[in-house]
Design a protein around this ligand. Structure first.
Ligand SMILES: Cc1cc2nc3c(=O)[nH]c(=O)nc-3n(C[C@H](O)[C@H](O)[C@H](O)COP(=O)(O)O)c2cc1C
Ligand code: SF4
Length: 365
């Protein structure tokens, strides 16, 4: 019997021809001004042409002070938005669907002197070590108003531009996951302490986005199913509560990842977060999407059989942009799990994967 992977699925109003999603992935083509390069336009077209169900963009910052690194693409300025539209058009021209991942880096803002007034690193809690070991400053109520408004502006603009949805980045140690994670949220006000309080700010952003874009525009969330250290035992329950809240507040789908995807990737662990994801999938009615370590049809079928409706992957698409066709043929990803692709983002060689040659015209300044 043909795998469920090759059957259509739905995320809110968005119809996908199959159950495979390219998870958000930064590539080595980011320009210093935060615009997308022609190489990105071509790459996204190539992924879309393979027939993949949907593509999620690289994490895109919603304002200059939300930017993590200088090699990241943005969705803050007119120029950045116009360049992301070129990527979107390339995907649509090949019959694909593109979801914009929107983010704020929080304590992971490198070189804040370049991006943030006063050069401070803002985070849920002050006095902690942020990027480059710099001390964090606690986000105020006024900061929260501004950040929430920036998320809404990005989502509304994405809808107007014709994106097929947005994904609110609540994972991987960026601002909204810093609120959800008890290791980085030490606040004693209404936004810290209990899981209910830690959820308050991400919930506020999601609610504001949903109100602004209306019921019909797909809004997804990406979230960590785990956290570091002893706190993880309680977090195993918190994540179920968070996902139920995301559903109640109007999320159309939840992509399930974890704080330690990088370490598990290096150890070549298969299907990183399947156990927690299958538990969550039983607790919510909206589709869940599992990412991390998925390389072949056996794993895909195991995930779909557990009630998780979609599978997503990043590195297999870095290695082989036509990963969807690789699975169609019943083959395994050629990704060897070395995770050098992450370092490649910084090298300016334009080489995405160790299995690739340096492309023509690179290295670039
Ligand atoms: C080079 C690289 C860039 C990534 N960029 C992003 C990103 O922009 N946003 C995000 O949520 N995750 C990002 N990730 C994490 C992936 O989406 C995914 O969660 C992780 O790699 C595990 O999936 P995989 O085993 O299929 O690679 C990135 C991963 C890699 C290797
Ligand atoms: S660089 Fe390594 S981990 Fe990254 S896609 Fe290529 S083989 Fe996989």
């Amino acid at each position: 019997m043909a795998s469920k992977l090759f059957t259509p699925g739905k995320i809110g109003t968005l119809e996908l021809p199959n159950r495979l999603i390219r998870s958000a992935t930064q590539d080595p083509f980011g320009r210093r001004d935060g615009t997308c390069a022609p190489e990105q336009v071509a790459l996204y077209g190539e992924v879309a042409e393979s027939g993949v169900g949907a593509i999620i963009t690289a994490y895109s910052y919603i304002s200059t002070e939300a930017r993590s690194t200088g090699i990241q693409v943005g969705f803050a300025t007119e120029e950045q938005r116009a360049s992301q539209k070129e990527v979107l058009d390339a995907v649509h021209a090949k019959g694909g669907r593109l979801i914009l991942q929107i983010m704020h880096a929080g304590m992971n803002i490198f070189m804040p002197e370049k991006r943030v007034e006063g050069g401070k690193i803002f985070a849920p809690s002050g006095g902690m070590k942020g990027a480059n070991e710099m001390e964090t400053t606690e986000i105020t109520a006024a900061d929260m108003d501004k950040i929430c408004a920036d998320f809404v502006d990005a989502a509304v603009t994405a809808k107007a531009m014709g994106f097929d949805g947005v994904q609110l980045h609540c994972a991987h140690g960026y601002l909204l996951s810093q609120f959800l994670d008890p290791n980085s949220n030490l606040r004693t006000d209404d936004f810290g302490g209990s899981a209910e309080n830690r959820m308050r700010f991400p919930a506020r952003c999601l609610t504001a986005i949903r109100e602004a874009v209306g019921a019909d525009f797909p809004v997804l969330v990406k979230v960590n199913t785990n956290c570091a250290g002893e706190a993880d035992a309680a977090y195993a329950e918190d994540i179920v509560y968070y996902c139920k809240q995301f559903e109640a507040l109007g999320a159309d789908a939840i992509e399930l990842s974890g704080y330690n995807w990088l370490g598990l990737g290096k150890k070549k662990v298969p299907t990183f977060y399947l156990e927690r994801a299958s538990k969550i999938a039983k607790e919510v009615k909206i589709p869940t999407i599992l990412v991390g370590g998925i390389r072949n049809m056996e794993q895909v079928d195991q995930i779909l059989a557990a009630g998780i409706e979609f599978v997503s992957a990043s590195r297999p698409f870095i290695c082989q942009p036509d990963f969807y066709n690789v699975l169609e043929k019943g083959e395994e990803s050629k990704c060897i799990g070395c995770t050098k692709c992450l370092g490649n983002i910084w090298t300016k060689e334009g080489r995405r994967c160790v299995t690739h040659e340096i492309p023509e015209g690179f290295p670039k300044e």
